[in-house]
Write a protein that binds this ligand. Structure first.
Ligand code: SAM
Length: 443
């Protein structure tokens, strides 16, 4: 059992009355499987066992399905997510955030917390989802695009870059890179990577990350700090250090399901208590104060897109700001137009709201983000409903015999959009993005 765990870790946990043998025993068992549903998309046919009590859209499954072979997984109908991480849902609901908040998810790839925050926002407010590692930022962009909200911006920046956008966010989620003790149950490789030295390095890096981003939090704003590890160094001790360094108040949120931490500042989802992998979370509030008025500089790279008639056949919503970046058109709520211009100027933006498509001379070449966004895509568009086999072939990047009118057609499975094709009559061009295609044999 526990002999597979790093000996120094075992010794530390055994000496820690807060954790002790029950944790070690739980880490030797199989972790549960859980998902979070997308409230805006079709309900997938999954082996649901029980709802997750602390997460509005979360469910435990009785077995782990092969998600790749479910077209609704690719449509963004659900996201496989560890149950403990879904405590964030209960926390966001408990925080007194302003209406239409601006939320930054700083360490966001692959997008579990970001898709949860997007559902919480329910297409109001604005989510800026950031990931420092470029390859991981692309996956984050893909997952948020499939989730389908209009109001998400994805950036690929180092936390220190956020000093360029001071006093901007009402809430910052720092799901920090950590020593990953909560992964030991699922991921045996994580056990080999663990060392006390790595815990020390992680704790120091977490301090740097939080201090780097602190200036971009609005006075009175909230910082939600989380890890998937069990040691106090990366959790309670760091939270106390953050509060000391920043004069922040530690916010005590009533969470009936989780276990209060060693100093009663934050919360744990422990695998021996909640049937989760392991998660820690605490909330800090920045002292009230005045924000200097923002100087909105002109952003020469972006302009408002004037030719609305080009995109109008594809969209239903009118209260959108249409923004042109090179030859591409993006949609964002009008309310956040100025913010989007500002963030785009200061940061490395890789997703600007919902990309509608490329403004070509003959008309709009629609983008997959438009296909996957249920809020703004015109419901009267020409669609072709696919069987499961054909949907998988489409997602694999294949072409096949298909009845349908000429031009752009929306491919659907169980009435949920997957992406576009361009029908040429006797054949079609499969426009499903190459980097998203299913690589395994689907036949
Ligand atoms: N929030 C994500 C989710 O729910 O899907 C998981 C985030 S994971 C715990 C931590 C993330 O921090 C990783 O994506 C990692 O690439 C990123 N990261 C690594 N080093 C970092 C650093 N120095 N500053 C900021 N983020 C970093």
């Amino acid at each position: 059992m526990s002999h597979l765990l790093p000996p120094d870790f075992v010794a530390r946990v055994q000496q820690d009355a807060f954790l002790g043998n029950p944790l070690l025993e739980a880490l030797a068992t199989e972790p549960p499987t859980s998902i979070r549903r997308n409230p805006w998309k079709q309900v997938a046919d999954l082996p649901v066992a029980n709802p997750i009590p602390w997460s509005e859209n979360g469910f435990f499954l009785s077995e782990r399905p092969l998600y790749t072979l479910d077209p609704l997984f690719h449509a963004g109908s659900y996201y496989p997510q560890e149950a403990g991480s879904q405590l964030l849902d209960a926390v966001l609901k408990a925080l007194p955030l302003p209406a239409e908040p601006l939320i930054l998810d700083l360490c966001a790839a692959p997008g579990g917390k970001s898709t949860l925050i997007a559902s919480f926002l329910n297409n109001t407010g604005l989510l800026v989802s950031n990931e420092v590692i470029q390859s991981r930022a692309k996956v984050l962009k893909e997952n948020l695009t499939k989730w389908g909200a209009t109001n998400t911006i994805v950036t690929n920046n180092d936390p220190a870059d956020f000093a360029r956008v001071p006093h901007t966010f009402d809430c910052i989620v720092v799901d920090a890179p950590c020593s990953g003790e909560g992964m030991f149950r699922k991921d045996h490789a994580a056990r080999n990577e663990w060392s006390q030295n790595n815990v020390d390095l992680c704790a120091a890096r977490q301090r740097r990350i939080v201090m780097d981003v602190w200036e971009s939090l609005n006075p009175g704003g909230f910082l939600v700090y989380s890890t998937c590890t069990f040691n106090s160094q990366e959790n309670e001790e760091n939270v106390a250090w953050f509060a000391h360094e920043t004069d922040a108040e530690i916010v005590h949120i009533p969470l009936s399901f989780a276990k209060p931490d060693r100093t009663e500042t934050g919360w744990y989802a422990l695998p021996n208590e909640l049937d989760t992998e392991g998660f820690y979370l605490a909330v800090l509030r920045k002292p009230d104060g005045n924000s200097p008025k923002k100087k909105w500089a002109k952003n020469p790279k972006l302009q408002l897109f004037k030719d609305r008639s080009l995109v109008e056949p594809f969209i239903t919503t009118t209260d959108l700001s249409l923004i042109q970046w090179q030859e591409y058109v993006f949609a964002l709520p009008v309310k956040f137009e100025e913010t989007a211009f500002y963030l785009h100027q200061q940061l490395r933006v890789i997703k600007l709201g919902t990309e509608l498509g490329e403004a070509a001379r003959k008309g709009l070449i629609p983008h997959e983000a438009l296909a996957l966004n249920p809020f703004i895509r015109n419901t009267g568009l020409s669609t072709i409903e696919l069987s499961k086999d054909l949907a998988l072939s489409y997602l694999h990047g294949d072409t096949f015999q298909l009845e349908g009118a000429h031009g752009f057609q929306l491919m659907t499975y169980q009435n949920e959009a997957l992406g576009w094709i361009k029908h040429l009559g006797n054949r079609f061009n499969n426009l499903y993005p190459k980097e998203w295609r299913i690589r395994m044999d689907v036949r």
